[in-house]
Ligand binder design. Structure first.
Ligand code: NAD
Length: 292
């Protein structure tokens, strides 16, 4: 036990399964220590079956907030007292606050904010931009909704014809109804449309997880003529740090080839602000955890 833990220490939890690999406990605890905040952040193996009891526990123990990951991001919603507008549209929550430990639980989703902040960190804004996005699962939906809220001009979503395809359609419908952004969905099998879309886009985002094990030898772009010096390529994967897509984009001279580390850092920073009201010392955490 470190010296800084006392009888007054406030607890923040992370509830998901599997979760032991997560960088979030280290990220938040290092940030608490750096700022001298009397909080501790612990991960708990919690699946859907334990969720109801866990929520009761959060309320009973006055746990001040929680991050939520798979498989609980959607399942937690019915147990909350309030859900933020963006989390409602995304249909998933990754952060819950319990201000002053009074048991009023509010759900947020900081994944999309994390992605937008990661792009900003590289000098890239989404306002008025045309974005091609592959993947409309948890990460893709959060990115699509946030980019639309942040003023993207067009979001061209491409998804394989699997169970997520209908979610992609639903996400596009919500964006078209609630924002000025124009969203479309196309089957990724239509490679002609996919290539045309990328050739007209400012930013290409891959939110599929292709490029991560066991798909580390796959990239959804293999045609070097699609990589232009004014195209930003962003892959949400951070392990490996450089996916096949990012290597390809770099090799063929893309404007930027950005991995998912920044998204992961900034979704955490946005959650940290909601938990504590303080700004996470991101430069310090970046250097400590990511050696950048
Ligand atoms: P998900 O299962 O909800 O969605 C996966 C998406 O990829 C779906 O749209 C699916 O149709 C598509 N897909 C799956 N296999 C494909 C293939 N072979 N070709 C093309 N499309 C395919 O998953 P998720 O929770 O959205 O996570 C996706 C990735 O995002 C994972 O690698 C995850 O680690 C990463 N992620 C990163 C961060 C971050 O902070 N950097 C945050 C959340 C998720």
């Amino acid at each position: 036990m470190t010296e800084r833990l006392t009888g007054h220490t406030l607890l923040i939890s992370l509830i998901a399964t599997p979760i032991r690999h997560s960088m979030s406990p280290t990220m938040h605890n290092e940030a608490f220590a750096k700022l001298g905040l009397d909080y501790a952040y612990l991960a708990f193996e919690v699946g859907n079956e334990e969720l109801k009891d866990t929520i009761q526990g959060i309320r009973a123990l006055g746990i001040r907030g929680s991050n939520v990951s798979m498989p609980n991001k959607q399942a937690i919603i019915p147990y909350l007292d309030e859900v933020s507008p963006e989390a409602t549209l995304i249909g998933a929550v990754n952060t819950v606050t319990n201000i002053d430990g009074k048991g009023h639980l509010v759900g947020y989703n900081t994944d999309g904010i994390g992605a937008m902040e990661a792009l900003k960190d590289e000098g890239i804004g989404v306002k008025d931009q045309i974005i091609t996005l592959t993947g409309a699962g948890g990460a893709g939906t959060a990115i699509a909704i946030q980019a639309a809220f942040d003023g993207a001009k067009e979001l061209r979503i491409f998804n394989i014809d699997d169970t997520v395809f209908s979610n992609a359609k639903e996400t596009a419908r919500k964006i078209n109804e609630n924002t000025a952004c124009q969203a479309t969905v196309t089957d990724l099998a239509d490679q002609k449309a996919f290539k045309k879309s990328i050739s007209e886009s400012n930013i290409y985002i891959d939110a599929t997880g292709v490029g991560m094990k066991p798909l580390e030898d796959i990239s959804l772009i293999n045609d070097s003529t699609l990589i232009r010096p004014d195209l930003v390529v962003f892959d949400v994967v951070y392990s490996p740090r450089e996916t096949k897509l990012l290597k390809f984009a770099k090799k063929h001279g893309a404007k930027k080839a950005i991995n998912g580390l920044g998204m992961m850092l900034y979704q955490g920073a946005a959650a940290f602000k909601l938990f504590t009201g303080e700004d996470m010392p991101v430069s310090y955490i970046k250097e400590l955890l990511f050696k950048v």
